[in-house]
Design a protein around this ligand. Structure first.
Ligand code: UDP
Length: 253
């Protein structure tokens, strides 16, 4: 099959980040949904989108299985100011951050226009439902195919699969945090009924108001990491990966 022109890529710590902005990401999703509707589920596996931030890159550098999962994905979008900084340093500037938290809004906006069916999988019980209800008000006409917390454990797969098959979504948001959500999509994508699955981390928590999102001025000044550290101090151990990322990028040729 002739694919949509592939976006250019920039290699950061061994991971090929796609040079896309939100507009191109939405156009690719559009194309993939049309392709899947035309070709049918049995011909085209579900496409996988990974929202790559510096933590992903350190994890992929340490774990070849995660690096392989990212390599198999159809799109690796640049989430995280550190990814843009690393690309700039290599003389290959990326256009903009394409985050899961903003992406869920843009995708739902486009979905409401196009009639795509969206499914919300993951987060704590009840959070997916709250996020979906808020987005359905924000984007009138949004078709919510379903919501379920579930879990990425293998024992849950038959239940999730039955629910997804009954709901027949076009887009599947998976909020199990990285790397679990990305491993989960990679493991099951050949059986997923959706045309596109995207790991969105804590995006349901942000939309539902369970976790506060950084104010716009902090996001604009690349300080979202600081906001997360202050509001979710238990993440400090994970956030040690940020200086490791900076060290690895500075050391890389
Ligand atoms: N989560 C879940 N099941 C799990 C582990 C995590 O539903 O087994 C959810 C959790 O409730 C939260 C999200 O996954 O909504 C993780 O958010 P985080 O901001 O940590 O994502 P990351 O930064 O790792 O992508």
């Amino acid at each position: 099959m002739i694919d949509f022109a592939r976006p250019q890529q920039v290699n950061i710590l061994g991971v090929a980040i796609d040079c896309v902005d939100f507009a191109l990401t939405l156009d690719l999703i559009d194309t993939w949904i049309v392709q899947r509707r035309v070709a049918g589920r049995s011909c085209l596996p579900c496409r996988q989108i990974c929202t790559v931030n510096p933590e992903f890159l350190v994890d992929a550098w340490r774990d070849p299985a995660f690096a392989a999962t990212l390599a198999r994905a159809d799109l690796r979008v640049p989430d995280g100011a550190g990814v843009l900084w690393a690309a700039r340093r290599m003389g290959r500037p990326l256009r903009e951050r394409v985050t899961g938290s903003d992406g869920i809004e843009y995708i739902c906006e486009r979905a409401a226009l196009r009639g795509w069916r969206v499914y919300f999988l993951g987060a704590a019980p009840g959070v997916a439902e709250r996020a979906a209800a808020i987005l359905a008000v924000r984007y009138p006409g949004l078709q919510v195919a379903g919501c379920y917390a579930g879990s990425p454990a293998d024992a849950e797969w038959p239940e999730i699969r039955a629910r997804l098959d009954a709901a027949a979504p076009d887009i599947l948001f998976v909020a199990y945090g990285h790397p679990r959500q990305d491993f989960w999509i990679d493991r099951h994508r050949h059986e997923l009924p959706a045309a596109v699955a995207i790991g969105v981390g804590g995006a349901f928590d942000f939309v539902a108001g369970v976790a506060p999102r950084a104010p716009v001025w902090m996001r604009k000044n690349n300080l979202e990491w600081l906001h997360r550290l202050v509001t979710q101090p238990w993440r400090w151990r994970r956030m040690l990966k940020l200086p490791i990322f900076v060290g690895l990028v500075l050391r890389a040729r």
